[in-house]
Design a protein around this ligand. Structure first.
Ligand code: ATP
Ligand code: MG
Length: 225
């Protein structure tokens, strides 16, 4: 029995989680009127050769701190406790086994990540297993993807704060929602580099996460010995 039906999933390495991640979660929550969003660190991202620098436990701890004062964001360890690489298609299958219908699931991602969707495991079948919610990222406009991915053009709905959702949320077939929004120009790569160089991290992550990184020396030279 699932109490909260319309569920967003924001997956990522979260190495570390930052204000860009919180921004896309909040935008998707507001525009699509979602009941909750699962913030799900990946175990091993299939697209990446190098593992995360921070451990799974540290990445989940930072997600827990960052979501502490956001009641609609729930830390979720589903991918961390599953062995092997984290394939989104497999994760969505596990959620369906828990009773969710594809039309109740909303997989949230930045436009840079969705640009690679054709290389994902189980594409194009994966597009039938959940709604996708693609949010612009600085340098990657969501609306520009419509031309970049002609094969799925007929599934795409460009939405904004003014869009009436009633007809979209009753659709039984999953949709690719595209949201043009301004999110902060922040990346985990940049944060790791700044930490290594001893530069301040304020304004890029919640302060509780900055303190956690400093206390545990996650990305500085002390942590690499
Ligand atoms: P890295 O630099 O290590 O790749 P990242 O900042 O891209 O880290 P990820 O964990 O790779 O963060 O991203 C998880 C998801 O969040 C992806 O779908 C990504 O597109 C999205 N995302 C991350 N930062 C932003 C941002 N500033 N604006 C919009 N989307 C973002
Ligand atoms: Mg990334």
């Amino acid at each position: 029995m699932i109490a909260k039906r319309h569920t967003g999933i924001l997956g990522g390495r979260f190495d570390p989680i930052h204000l860009g991640h919180l921004a896309i979660a909040t935008i998707a929550h507001r525009l699509l009127e979602l009941d909750q969003i699962l913030m799900m660190p990946s175990r091993l991202a299939p697209h990446r050769a190098a593992p995360a620098l921070a451990s799974a436990d540290d990445r989940l701890a930072m997600v827990t701190l960052a979501t502490d004062d956001h009641p609609h964001l729930q830390p979720c360890n589903l991918e961390l406790k599953t062995s092997g690489p984290s394939y989104t298609a497999v994760t969505l299958g596990q959620l369906r086994e828990q009773g969710y219908r594809p039309s109740e699931l909303f997989f949230i991602l930045g436009a840079d990540a969705f640009l690679e969707i054709e290389t994902w495991y189980d594409y194009p079948g994966i597009l039938d297993s959940a709604n996708f919610v693609v949010v612009s990222r600085p340098g990657y406009q969501a609306s520009a993807l419509i031309n970049a991915l002609p094969a799925i053009e007929n599934r795409i709905e460009l939405i904004s704060i003014d869009t009436k959702l009633s007809h979209l949320k009753t659709k039984t077939h999953p949709v690719v929602f595209m949201i043009e929004a301004i999110t902060p120009a922040i990346s985990s790569t940049d944060i790791r580099t700044r930490a290594l160089l001893g530069k301040p991290l304020d304004g890029l992550l919640p302060s509780s996460v900055v303190r956690y990184i400093e206390r545990h020396h996650l990305y500085d030279t002390d942590g690499r010995q």
